[in-house]
Write a protein that binds this ligand. Structure first.
Ligand code: PLP
Length: 332
């Protein structure tokens, strides 16, 4: 059974709800990418969002949508990445308790990243499943609310606010490039753009290694996809075999999906640093990667979303210095 899609009303309500917590991020024209593409290319600088990614939008909307009783009992999550950071910040801003559960194997830098946003970190067991077990316990025994990273109406509506912003900032946009993993961002952005009836092409961009949504679209249903190490680490992981919303929304609202290689992602991180003077993570660079590889055709202005900036600065330094950084030999 497919639930009704998130609509413009829900996205507009999300925008009003999160306005006090979330930053409206700027858009820059990229001269170098515009020259290369033959049409204006605009970069939506969402890596300058508080917490370093758009995940704050959805997380804030989800937290603020809870009842007073739910807020008193608090929220939990398992994400060690951008959703965890966003959720931690959103909860703190709303005065809501937040516990992020993770396994002993999570690197200290990620733990520190979550703690820095004000959440309690609970280390349990030595696998993601054991961490999930603790989340389930907190939900069933302590009445806390689990906030998932993408397949949730309030999350999708919150991410959709980015779509409303970019239509106002680039009214003539013809093509939007959206980094794609679980599909919360692209579902929200596509719902906003389609509701405004713009004749706009919406293109999801994923990495070749472990492109879960792409594999599911090809299979015609949610399927298991193995997670592989990649420079676009925020795009890893599956869409959930019980996916309720983002699979159908992506299938029905998105025009195309493009996959980019590790070398193309590294080249994009490098280009954005030296040409645009911006520090972005691999997952935020995939749209630029597709543009640099000249894989995007557009008759009019393009917007590409630089979706996040949380990259290890040692790794970033090696990439922009021209070293050949290969993460594919590491465990995912
Ligand atoms: C989560 C994330 C994405 C993908 O968002 P989905 O809603 O899972 O498709 C893209 N870029 C960054 C930086 C992210 O953190």
């Amino acid at each position: 059974m497919t639930r009704t899609f998130v609509d413009l009303n829900e996205i507009e309500r999300a925008r009003a709800a999160i306005a006090a917590t979330v930053r409206m991020t700027a858009v820059n024209v990229s001269p170098s990418l515009s020259d290369l593409s033959g049409v204006p290319v605009h970069l939506k600088l969402e890596h300058t969002q508080l917490t370093g990614s758009f995940k704050l939008r959805g997380a804030t909307n989800a937290v603020l949508s809870l009842s007073d009783a739910e807020k008193r009992r608090g929220v939990v999550g398992v994400s060690t990445g951008n959703h965890g950071r966003g959720l931690a910040y959103a909860a703190k801003a709303a005065g809501v308790k937040c516990i992020i559960c993770m396994s002993r194997l999570v690197p200290q830098a990620k733990i520190d990243g979550i703690k820095a946003q004000g959440a309690e970190v609970r280390i349990v067991g030595s696998s993601q499943d054991e961490a999930q077990g603790e989340v389930d316990r907190l939900v069933s025994e302590e009445g806390m609310t689990m906030i998932p990273p993408f397949d949730h109406r309030k999350i999708i509506a919150g991410q959709g606010t980015l779509g409303l912003e970019l239509i106002e900032q680039v009214p003539g946009v013809a093509t939007v490039l959206v980094p794609l993993s679980g599909g919360g961002l692209i579902s929200g952005v596509a719902a906003a753009l389609r509701a405004r009836r713009l004749a706009v092409r919406i293109v999801g961009i994923s990495m070749e290694r472990g492109a879960a949504m792409h594999a599911c679209l090809q299979a015609g249903k949610p399927v298991f996809v193995e997670e592989l190490a990649t420079l676009a680490d925020s795009l890893g992981g599956g869409i959930g075999l019980e996916n309720q919303l983002t699979f159908a929304m992506t299938r029905d609202l998105v025009d195309d999906v493009i996959l980019v290689s590790e070398a193309e992602i590294a080249a994009a991180i490098r280009h954005v640093y030296w040409q645009e003077r911006q520090i972005i993570e691999g997952s935020g660079a995939v749209g630029v990667a597709a543009l640099l590889a000249q894989r995007v055709e557009s008759a009019g202005p393009i917007v590409t979303i630089l979706s996040g900036g949380n990259i290890d600065m040692q790794q970033h330094h090696r990439i922009i210095s021209g070293e050949d950084v290969d993460v594919t030999q590491e465990a995912a």
